[in-house]
Design a protein around this ligand. Structure first.
Ligand code: COA
Ligand code: ZN
Length: 298
């Protein structure tokens, strides 16, 4: 049987939050609808964070209100604190993705929290999400390296994952926020997290800042991970991570996996068309390889 790899599209959130181009709320909704037409079934559609910290996500409430809820796509809201979780519940998010942080330096600048404070905040927020009967996932940001502190202790990441498991989180994302991971590090961190949090599903989140993102996707898939975050066009970046660039591109991941015989449920041709539409809407080229070269065989 063909092995299925589920791609979580993060373009409307991680992709747009720091892009120099600006989409109106209507354009964001068009982007989301186009992605749904590509076959996307799970998507980060906005974040409920401080409007001052990330102005590009200030209209996430309107975006969620404007979504077509008849398509069967699960729209994920990102949150980092109690206010964000309450706003995400009010916006009827289909899933809440809570951000844990593995590095002190990034944690302080991105969300004003240490790693343990982010886990404590998750413990405060998880009951609210469970009471609202909304699926709860979490992503450990800077799991492979911190832009301010350098190397991150894998033990800290595994410990955060174990605490998230105890808080009732079903899926943990390991986030390479600044694109420093290598495939071997990916394999060993997955093993370490599985040892300390054996009951959670794993999702891997890569940025292509240093050119290793597709190799890291390969390593994750080889390590039996079945869920990968990616953004159409390869747009993306974090305002609190200097020099951070885009997420691994959805169309590049889909091409690599489908050509190798995996099933993603996504339409490569439509993804490339959407990446080209995005270039026009953002007013600059996007970085994905497939939007330049096209698929193969033609
Ligand atoms: N949504 C909207 N506003 C929020 C908020 C939320 N989730 N959380 C806090 N705020 C507001 C507060 O109401 C307060 O507003 P005021 O100045 O008008 O009174 C202000 O933000 C500061 O609140 P405080 O609790 O002191 O937060 P902080 O300044 O320590 O910032 C975060 C903490 C988490 C709110 C902030 O760092 C943040 O939003 N970071 C987001 C980073 C991000 O999204 N990174 C990319 C994804 S990982
Ligand atoms: Zn990211």
């Amino acid at each position: 049987m063909t092995r299925r790899i589920d791609i979580v599209e993060v373009g409307p959130r991680d992709g747009l939050q720091n892009d120099p181009g600006a989409l109106s709320t209507d354009q964001k909704l068009e982007f989301i609808a186009r992605l749904e037409a590509c076959g996307v079934k799970r998507m980060e559609s906005g974040s409920f964070v401080s409007l001052k910290a990330v102005p590009k996500m200030a209209d996430s409430g309107e975006v969620f209100r404007g979504l077509d809820r008849s398509t069967g796509t699960r729209h994920i809201a990102l949150a980092l604190n109690e206010k964000g979780v309450r706003r995400a519940i009010d916006a009827a998010a289909d899933e809440i993705n809570f951000v844990l942080v593995a590095g002190e330096g990034f944690g302080k600048r991105n969300q004003g929290m240490s790693p343990q404070e982010s886990a404590d905040m998750l413990n405060t927020c998880a009951p609210l999400v469970h009471d609202a009967s909304i699926p709860l996932s979490a992503t450990v940001s800077v799991a492979f390296g911190d832009p301010y502190d350098g190397e991150v202790d894998p033990g800290v990441v595994a410990n955060l994952a174990a605490q998230a498991q105890r808080a009732g989180v079903a899926e943990i994302g390991l986030g390479d926020t600044i694109g420093v991971a290598t495939p071997w590090q990916v394999r060993s961190l997955i093993e370490r997290v599985r040892t300390e949090a054996p009951d959670v599903y794993l999702r891997l989140h890569f940025h292509d800042t240093r050119g290793a993102a597709l190799a890291n996707v390969f390593a994750a898939v080889e390590a039996d991970v079945n869920v990968i975050d990616a953004s159409c066009g390869g747009i993306g970046g974090c305002p609190f991570a200097p020099a951070a660039t885009g997420n691994v591109a959805t169309e590049d991941v889909v091409y690599m996996l489908e050509r190798a015989g995996f099933e993603t449920g996504l339409d490569l041709g439509k993804l490339i068309e959407t990446a080209k539409w995005l270039e026009g809407a953002l007013g600059h080229p996007v970085s994905s390889s497939l939007s330049r070269a096209g698929g193969f065989p033609g």
